[in-house]
Design a protein around this ligand. Structure first.
Ligand SMILES: *Cc1c(COP(=O)(O)O)cnc(C)c1O
Length: 422
């Protein structure tokens, strides 16, 4: 459920008409709803209330790294799952305690490992024996003990888009299950490392719980094996991945169903559980507000509705063939079939093909829905377009939580070298 609804014939974010934001901030612009974020954060937390121990929930920062968003989630008791030094800095800047931060990712550099140690973060999820040895040595040299889990690759097909599937044997993530006991034993023996458990994350936008349950069962078996090897296992990180509805008729498992499955799968584990939800918290808490530049007719197929947002602002359709609902801000009640495209000089800059949607004309405002996760954060400046601003709504007020970065600000960082000047 979200708080982007029609009121008096106009789409609002909570109590703010979207036309007001378009007038004051311009388009395109990402619009987030505080109430929706909070609702999703609470629903997810409540769904896990039946577990044997109170879980730690670390929001996957890569889904929406805006500092206002992180600060909102911090107030809800969420920590952060980060995958770079930059994301780590954001989480700290948003006021998240270092102990609530988990550092994931296959390519943490030495500098990033050191940054995590300097800040005293709560947990490193180690993805290779090489990384584990480097972290142990860095920590040992500083007289520290890094808190860590070993991420395993359970070789489970998450049945999602191949680019966001992370738990199959051929993916780059984690330690193959058959090597997990050996690598765990090797790393657990190192000074500087407190290897206290295991982590798993098999992919994103999962619409079926079965692959997750299969992966968790493999983790449970591994925990038993590691304990029988003499290791003390106190922590398991179950990652993120729960899908959200992008279009009518798509019914992902609810957080409650997910929570019930987790309770069943982890019964008797006797560990502290961590979760890393991203999309399920942020996806439907944001829209991309855009203006129709013009409608181009006269080709072979349906007309092209050209909007002022493009693939550089919202990459998911071009990158994953993803669907985002397209709705008029002031719907006339009429419908049309159209190709919805941006202005970028690539055919890939297509948001929707042959889409039946609200009829719109030149100058009208419209939104792409479900743009709160993997939206603004994946933007680029391709075609020398700037970066889109972000706005957060709270009841009848709103604030710009990220300025528009215009093309000239990006050009300011470029220069012509002396050797091209003579
Ligand atoms: C991307 C990612 C997540 C979040 O995935 P969602 O599908 O957005 O919930 C969690 N953990 C790790 C390690 C990730 O890479």
């Amino acid at each position: 459920m979200d708080f982007f609804q029609l009121k008096n014939g106009e789409l609002h974010a909570e109590d703010v008409p979207l036309s007001r934001i378009a007038e004051e901030v311009g388009t395109p612009v990402y619009v987030y709803s505080r109430a929706t974020f909070e609702r999703h954060a609470r629903v997810f937390r409540d769904a896990l209330s039946g577990l044997e121990q109170k879980p730690h929930i670390a929001f996957a920062v890569k889904a929406n790294p805006n500092i206002a968003v992180l600060s909102l989630l911090s107030r809800e008791g969420y920590g952060a799952d980060v995958v770079s030094g930059g994301e780590l800095s954001r989480a700290l800047m948003a006021g998240m305690p270092a102990k609530d931060i988990v550092f994931s990712g296959v390519g943490k550099t030495q500098a990033e490992l050191a940054q995590g140690l300097d800040e005293g973060i709560g947990q490193f999820n180690i993805e290779s024996s090489e990384e584990g040895r480097e972290l142990a040595e860095l920590a040992h040299r500083r007289g520290q003990q890094a808190q860590a889990t070993l991420r395993i690759n359970p070789d489970v097909d998450a049945k999602t888009h191949e680019k966001i599937s992370t738990g199959k044997a051929e993916n780059k993530f984690g330690i193959p299950l058959i090597r997990a006991r050996e690598v765990f034993g090797e790393l657990a023996a190192l000074d500087g490392l407190n290897l206290r458990g295991v982590a798993v994350h098999i992919g994103s936008q999962l619409l079926d719980l079965e692959p997750l349950e299969t992966a968790f069962a493999k983790v449970g078996a591994l925990v038993r094996d590691l304990r029988s090897d003499g290791h003390t296992i106190t922590h398991v990180d179950l990652g993120g991945g729960l899908g959200v509805p992008y279009k009518a008729g798509e019914v992902p498992p609810s957080p409650a169903e997910y929570g019930a499955m987790v309770a069943r799968a982890t019964k008797g584990w006797d560990v502290h559980l961590t979760f890393e939800p991203g999309r399920v918290i942020a996806g439907n808490a944001g829209v991309l507000l855009t203006r129709v530049v013009r409608v181009k007719r006269g080709g072979n197929g349906p007309p092209f509705t050209i909007v002022d947002a493009a693939m550089n602002d919202l990459a998911r359709p071009a990158m994953y063939g993803a669907w985002h609902d397209f709705d008029a801000v002031v719907p006339s009640g009429e419908r049309m079939t159209s190709n919805i495209v941006g202005p970028i000089c690539e055919t890939g800059d297509t948001f929707a093909r042959d889409r039946e949607c609200d009829a719109v004309q030149s100058g009208d405002l419209a939104v792409f829905r479900t743009a709160g996760a993997y939206g603004a954060t994946m933007a680029s400046s391709y075609n020398s377009r700037g970066f889109v601003p972000e706005v957060m709504v709270d009841g009848d007020q709103f604030a710009v939580v990220a300025d528009r970065i215009p093309a000239h600000a990006i050009m300011d960082a470029e220069r012509v070298p002396d050797f091209l000047k003579d």
